[in-house]
Ligand binder design. Structure first.
Ligand code: ZN
Length: 122
C-alpha cells in the first residue's frame, strides 16, 4: 500500500507537494492533461495540497469578482446612455438632418430607406 502511494508517475513523485504555480494552474484548470492527472493523484493523498488548492480557488474567484466590479458601468452613466437611445429614434426625421459628408454606411442606409419608400408606394 505504502509503495503504491509513493509510486513515481513519470518524473513526478506523487508524494511531492504541488508548487504554488501548479496549485494556481490546477485551480484555474490550466494544467496539461498529464500534469492534471498527476496533481489529482497527489491531491487524493495530500490534505495539505487540497487545502492549498481550495485557498487558491477562493482567491481566484474573489479576484474575478473584483475585476467584474471594476468593469461595471456607473448606474447614472448607464441611465444617460439609455436616455440617448430613447430620445433618438430612427425615423423619417433622421434624414432631414443635413450632413456634410456621408459615410459608406450612411449611403447604404439612405438607399435602404429609399427602397422601403418605394415598396410602401406600391
Ligand atoms: Zn501535497
Amino acid at each position: 500500500m505504502f509503495i503504491e502511494v509513493t509510486a513515481i508517475v513519470g518524473n513526478f513523485a506523487t508524494t511531492d507537494h504541488l508548487n504554488p504555480e501548479a496549485v494556481a494552474a490546477y485551480a484555474d484548470g490550466e494544467l496539461s492533461p498529464l500534469a492534471m492527472h498527476r496533481a489529482k493523484i497527489h491531491l487524493v493523498h495530500c490534505l495539505e495540497c487540497r487545502e492549498e488548492v481550495e485557498r487558491q480557488r477562493h482567491a481566484s474567484k474573489r479576484l474575478k469578482e473584483s475585476n467584474t466590479a471594476k468593469v461595471e458601468m456607473p448606474s447614472d452613466l448607464r441611465q444617460r446612455l439609455m436616455g440617448i437611445a430613447q430620445s433618438c429614434p430612427d425615423g423619417p426625421c433622421a434624414e432631414d438632418i443635413p450632413r456634410a459628408s456621408e459615410s459608406f454606411i450612411a449611403k447604404l442606409d439612405g438607399i435602404a430607406r429609399g427602397l422601403r419608400r418605394i415598396n410602401r408606394g406600391k
